[in-house]
Write a protein that binds this ligand. Structure first.
Ligand code: ADP
Ligand code: MG
Length: 304
């Protein structure tokens, strides 16, 4: 396309809440034949809520609120949407604030550190199964079953482990539910009608991911991916000759957004220039992806 038509398309996009940071991406968008889509914050609202706490053997005298206070204190150091949900639940229950030390965030896995509630200091880890395995924890069949029931319902279960001395034990399951955005399934259907293959890439567990995918009409799912593995998946699709678009909320999708032929970040509205990707979707959710593709096609037609 000519610089002029790119400029016109970019201007039109801005009016429609599709901010194009890279003119070449505008040209490419209409050629996307595989669209990789992040789950959390993209197909879903990204605002999960705590739906329940299950106590496990390692709780060691603590109750639900005791576990939640530990988790919320740690998560105050994380930007993750799941972290926000736990912080909010702690506030709603008026739980005491606890002091934290030596916090380590493991992207795509969880968070851990020392938490001091009242006078007691404990090592606490909150995260997924893989994170617990990294800590040498065994997931019993009974715990597995509980995780499976939550995941089949599309919820994301997090495990909380408590350490004292050299010993670390599973103390609880924190269940979080993230509502599917109302427009997700219609946009997926529309994309598929246009001949675009839609693939869900998520760091969440396989069962939860499949449950959500089924609800929005996506049948190709890659779950349990770390941020770098999302990018690897995009690279493999490109090696197969596809023009790959990636939509994500930017939080842990930056490597995949950067690698995709067209990276589309669902904007948080805070600082557009800081968003990853070539195109920033200011209206949130998937609807704006259709706008971006239509805009590209219109721009390319205008050359002739
Ligand atoms: P998604 O692709 O769905 O946005 P992420 O890659 O951000 O997911 O995270 C994958 C998984 O890692 C989450 O579902 C959760 O189990 C775990 N996780 C990531 N960050 C945190 C955190 N701050 N606290 C607890 N668990 C986390
Ligand atoms: Mg996300």
């Amino acid at each position: 396309a000519t610089p002029m038509s790119i400029m016109v398309g970019t201007g039109r996009g801005a009016q429609l809440g599709v901010l194009i940071k890279n003119g070449a991406a505008l040209e490419q968008a209409g050629h996307i034949n595989v669209l990789a889509v992040d789950k959390t914050g993209t197909l879903t609202t990204g605002k999960p809520v705590l739906t329940g706490v299950t106590m496990l053997d390692g709780a060691n005298g603590l109750d639900e609120n005791g576990l939640l206070a530990l988790a919320a204190a740690l998560e105050a150091r994380s930007e993750h949407p799941l972290a926000q949900a736990l912080i909010k639940a702690g506030q709603e229950r008026n739980l005491p604030a606890c002091r934290v030390e030596d916090v380590v965030v493991a992207p795509g896995m969880g968070i851990e550190g020392k938490v001091f509630c009242a006078e007691t200091g404990r090592h606490v880890a909150v995260g997924n199964r893989a994170f617990m395995k990294e800590h040498g924890l065994d997931i019993s069949e009974s715990v597995s079953g509980k995780l499976a029931v939550l995941a089949e319902a599309g919820q994301t279960p997090l495990l909380l482990a408590l350490g004292s001395g050299d010993e670390i034990r599973l103390a609880g399951i924190l269940a979080l539910a993230d509502a599917i955005r109302p427009e997700s399934s219609s946009v997926v259907a529309r994309l598929q009608q246009m001949g675009v293959r839609v693939v869900m890439l998520t760091g969440d567990n396989e069962r939860t991911a499949r449950a959500v995918a089924a609800k929005v009409g996506v049948d190709e799912v890659a779950a349990g991916l770390l941020p770098a593995e999302k990018a690897d998946y995009v690279r493999r699709l490109q090696e197969q000759g596809h023009v790959v678009g990636m939509v994500g909320d930017g939080i842990n999708d930056a490597p995949a957004l950067a690698l995709a032929n067209v990276g589309m970040a669902v904007g948080t509205g805070v600082d557009v220039s800081a968003e990853a990707g070539d195109i920033v979707l200011m209206r949130g959710g998937m609807e704006a992806v259709l706008t971006a593709l239509a805009l590209s096609r219109a721009t390319m037609r205008n050359i002739r």
